[in-house]
Design a binder for this molecule. Structure first.
Ligand SMILES: *Cc1c(COP(=O)(O)O)cnc(C)c1O
Length: 418
């Protein structure tokens, strides 16, 4: 089994003639089709909305495409809020799901009408002092312990820094009600990159039951339940992708089973997906520039961990296609490396690939989310361009590559001194 790139070798060569490697490229058609499918999956819920997690791919052109597909944004910093505002997202299209939040960011979020999602009960006083309590407010829940789907442990919420305990969320709702809040939401994020159609339905059951209990215990009106992110993508080619239609149907069944009988059939379902919305629709495109034969076989490319950090940071697998050699036998074993002075700067280790020749173009798959965005400037390496493959086949540069002037830009006046 393999993954098929959304650009051919010929197309890549045409693009590279204008925009040199390395670069990230996004597939507008894929992004739109996937976003439409998500909406279709939750069409049964009148108030459904996806708030795209900006941190995954913080590019205004991408945000505007998603806006046209009916999405809002989910932010966790001032810069992300500002980008959302500049892209034209308006109340109530922005969710502010931050943690360890500075007071001035609460103030700004409130000013632009973002829905504030409180990570902790102690944030109530801070928010009250910063800007007062808005009418619509959300609280993040952490059930503690381990989170399992049937018998498989998916993640460990008891070790996670996020959210409030069961007792705290009740107390928070009562306090917020007293301070004037009228429309309440519940949010929780219990497992990351789940490749399972069961994650959202399992989470939904937990949150729907909690919503019914909290409404009975506190008398507040619960307007929405935010299932947050965590629906993943298969990075390895042997895994089956999630079926968002099956996921939406699973959530619908839980809704009918738990919320509707409690008279809460008007609750809106929100999501905050990042990876699922973008990862498969972005490639990091890079060129082989060195081959090295020592104790192992190395191929050096012109991209490095600065452009895509996940392999170095998490040991994450990203599939690689050598363009034009899609059908060649994978009879070579390589480490594919970047140029950082860090031995973990490897896009692949002991990877079976076709014979790679200098100048070959490599596509690194599933780089559309948490890819460019995580980049940094270690070793004085510069961030690449971001390109968009439009639906009509044309290519637009949606972020220029960094220059050395950008790298030095925060050293104002320093050169004059030395
Ligand atoms: C990171 C994050 C998301 C998006 O997560 P994905 O795994 O990309 O779907 C959503 N909500 C919050 C609060 C997050 O921190």
């Amino acid at each position: 089994m393999s993954k098929i790139p959304f650009i051919t070798k010929e197309k890549a060569e045409e693009i590279i003639a204008q925009y040199p490697t390395p670069f990230h490229i996004y597939d507008e058609k894929g992004i739109r089709e996937n976003a439409r499918k998500l909406r279709q999956a939750f069409a049964w819920n009148k108030g459904f909305k996806e708030f795209f997690a900006v941190k995954a791919t913080p590019n205004p052109t991408i945000l505007k495409i998603l806006k046209e597909e009916g999405c809002g944004t989910d932010c966790s910093s001032y810069a992300e809020l500002l980008m959302s505002k500049k892209c034209g997202f308006r109340n109530p299209e922005i969710m502010f799901s931050s943690n360890d939040t500075p007071a001035e960011e609460f103030r700004y979020a409130n000013e632009i009408g973002a829905i504030i999602n409180l990570d902790d009960i102690t944030h109530i006083d801070m928010l009250e002092a910063a800007c007062g309590i808005p009418e619509t407010i959300c609280c993040r829940f952490n059930p503690g312990g381990k989170f399992s789907i049937s018998t498989t442990i998916m993640d460990n919420p008891g070790d996670a820094k996020y959210g409030m305990t069961r007792e705290q969320i009740k107390e928070a709702f009562l306090r917020l009600k007293e301070l004037g809040a009228k429309n309440f939401g519940i949010h929780s994020f219990l497992a990351s990159n789940t490749v399972s159609n069961e994650y959202y339905p399992t989470l939904a059951k937990i949150l729907f039951k909690l919503a019914v209990e909290l409404q009975q215990e506190t008398g507040v009106h619960i307007g929405f339940i935010n299932l947050s992110g965590g629906v993943g993508v298969p990075y390895t080619p042997d895994k089956q992708p999630n079926d968002i239609l099956v996921i939406g149907e699973g959530v619908r069944q839980a809704f009918e089973e738990i919320l509707v009988p409690a008279g809460m059939g008007d609750v809106s379902i929100y999501t905050e997906l990042g990876r699922f919305m973008l990862a498969p629709y972005g490639h990091l495109v890079t060129k082989a520039i060195h081959e090295k034969h020592i104790y192992k076989e190395y191929i050096g490319v012109d991209a490095c961990a600065v452009n895509l950090m996940r392999p170095a940071m998490y040991g994450a697998y990203h599939h690689i296609t050598v363009l034009g050699k899609e059908n060649a036998p994978c009879d070579h074993v390589y480490d594919i490396t970047g140029s950082l002075c860090e031995n973990n700067d490897k896009f692949a280790i002991d990877r079976k690939l076709p014979k790679i020749d200098m100048g070959d173009i490599l596509v690194i798959h599933d780089a559309g989310a948490h890819g460019f965005a995580m980049g940094y400037n270690y070793n004085g390496k510069l961030k690449s361009a971001e390109l968009l493959l439009r639906e009509d086949g044309s290519v637009a540069e949606i972020r220029r590559p960094e220059t050395v002037d950008d790298y030095f830009a925060t050293l104002d006046g320093y050169w004059d001194i030395v």
